[in-house]
Design a binder for this molecule. Structure first.
Ligand code: 5GP
Ligand code: ZN
Length: 113
């Protein structure tokens, strides 16, 4: 979709640090690293958010979460992870292409205990 920053990242028109990619989704580091390894999981198909998603689109996206979350936790030696998702401005959504935040947690070292 035109003017969608995540569609441009998916198309390779804007650089990103990719963590994972398959035919359905891409995961890349959030430009704002809330903690080290903060990753966004994004469907390749442009959908505004989960409120605008079909059950199938939502299920496909969430089916990718456990494996990706474990890869990040293991690679980053994290102790846990926040998995968050915002829908519409009032709820904190700033990029209107569905995405799931995966935020590794390390304890006191991450500054957000
Ligand atoms: P939201 O607030 O919509 O849930 O999250 C959008 C996220 O996208 C924010 O955490 C923000 O840092 C991230 N973001 C915005 N623009 C870019 C970009 O150009 N590249 C990357 N990697 N992340 C971005
Ligand atoms: Zn998009």
């Amino acid at each position: 979709m035109e003017d969608c920053i995540f569609c441009k990242i998916i198309a390779g028109e804007i650089p990103s640090t990719k963590v994972y990619e398959d035919e359905d989704v891409v995961a890349f580091l959030d430009i704002t690293q809330t903690t080290k390894g903060h990753t966004l999981l994004v469907p390749k198909k442009h959908v505004r958010n989960l409120l605008a998603s079909s059950p199938e689109e939502a299920a496909l996206l969430f089916s990718k979460v456990p494996a990706l979350a474990n890869i990040i936790v293991e690679k980053m030696h994290a102790k846990g992870m926040n998995i968050l998702q915002n829908n519409e401005s009032i709820a904190g959504q700033t990029v209107f292409h569905t995405h799931i935040h995966l935020i590794p947690r390390y304890g006191e070292a991450d500054g957000f205990v």
